[in-house]
Design a protein around this ligand. Structure first.
Ligand SMILES: NC(=O)C1=CN([C@@H]2O[C@H](COP(=O)(O)OP(=O)(O)OC[C@H]3O[C@@H](n4cnc5c(N)ncnc54)[C@H](OP(=O)(O)O)[C@@H]3O)[C@@H](O)[C@H]2O)C=CC1
Ligand SMILES: Nc1nc(O)c(N)c(N[C@@H]2O[C@H](COP(=O)(O)O)[C@@H](O)[C@H]2O)n1
Length: 273
């Protein structure tokens, strides 16, 4: 392995993603970093850098191995993330594969944002405007209440002018509920996203775990990659909470150490390892 190759841990897990005509959704990797006491953020949602340098580099490799990277609007507003691969080694000998000014293939940022609360001053939009990142996609839904429509349309115009692409989900749901994961995935697949890395936060992780729990097999998550940092956050930290019925659907595939962090890979129970 050279410094310009992804870790074997990732290529073994994600090399299973082979597209076929029967596939109607992207391959899904659910991934996040947690503490020993299963917290993903600090008190009141304060962003915590739990991953050490080595596992953060691993996460950035993982980003380059997916067509899309999906987060919830809670994470987008709280963390103002960049979702790029800036921790990877500079390598001028590798040409950009996606027309942007960087040597690695960057995933498409995708934000589940029903009501278009995303900020037009976000780092994702700034990076896109500067040619340093892909155009972010916002998945949203029209409000059912017609009195909210005008404001919603105004926000949509503002965000599109700032560079975002808005994707309005078919109106088969109520905006009081979360965007339905199956239609989000089908829509992404139709738009050419064949693999997606789901990075969080807490509610998004919970929605995907609920989806796993609801199916007889894990037909919505192909791989879970969890970085466990050797720290305790304490009881006022934010947890995603386990979802009853999801645990038995995923089984251990491999574990690797990246610096001081333990990174665990899980695959659907019915898969052949
Ligand atoms: N340690 C780690 O690896 C990570 C930690 N984090 C942390 O997580 C925290 C943010 O988590 P949280 O506040 O829960 O926000 P999320 O990022 O999970 O976003 C939740 C919001 O997304 C929207 N949404 C739309 N569709 C769905 C759906 N199907 N399921 C769930 N949400 C949906 C909802 O807002 P609406 O109805 O308005 O659309 C919802 O309130 C931050 O503290 C961040 O630092 C985040 C990522 C990784
Ligand atoms: N792998 C990982 N380790 C942590 O310790 C984290 N806090 C996160 N968070 C996720 O990464 C996003 C920040 O990305 P950028 O550094 O801005 O590119 C954050 O929003 C979470 O999605 N991940």
């Amino acid at each position: 392995m050279t410094s310009t190759d992804p870790p074997t841990f990732l290529s073994s897990l994600l090399g299973r993603y082979k597209n076929s005509a029967e596939q109607s959704r992207p391959f899904v990797t659910l991934t996040f970093a947690q503490s020993l006491d299963a917290k993903i953020a600090g008190r009141g949602g304060k962003q915590l850098i739990l991953s050490g340098k080595e596992s953060m580099v691993m996460t950035h490799w993982m980003r380059t191995m997916h067509d899309g990277i999906l987060i919830g609007i809670g994470t987008a507003l709280n963390d103002d993330p960049q979702l790029n691969a800036r921790h990877l080694p500079a390598n001028d000998s590798v040409p950009s594969t996606d027309g942007h000014n960087h040597p690695y293939s960057l995933p498409r940022p995708i934000i589940l944002d029903t009501n278009l609360r995303f900020s037009s001053h976000s780092k994702l939009l700034k990076n896109y405007a500067e040619g340093k990142g892909r155009r972010p996609w916002l998945i949203c839904a029209e409000p059912w209440d017609s009195s909210e429509k005008k404001e919603w349309l105004h926000r949509r115009t503002t965000l599109e002018k700032a560079g975002a692409r808005t994707i309005v989900l078919e109106n088969d749901h109520n905006t009081q509920d979360h965007l339905p994961i199956p239609s989000v995935l089908q829509t992404l697949h139709r738009l050419g996203i064949l693999s997606v890395m789901v990075e969080g936060g807490a509610q998004i992780i919970r929605s995907f775990l609920s989806q796993i729990a609801a199916e007889s097999t894990s037909s919505f998550v192909d791989t879970m990659i969890i970085t466990v940092a050797p720290v305790f956050v304490g009881e006022d930290g934010i947890s995603y909470n386990t979802v009853s019925g999801s645990a038995s659907k995923m089984k251990h595939a491999s574990t690797a150490m990246f610096g001081q962090d333990t990174v665990v890979g899980l695959i659907p129970t019915e898969s052949v390892a």
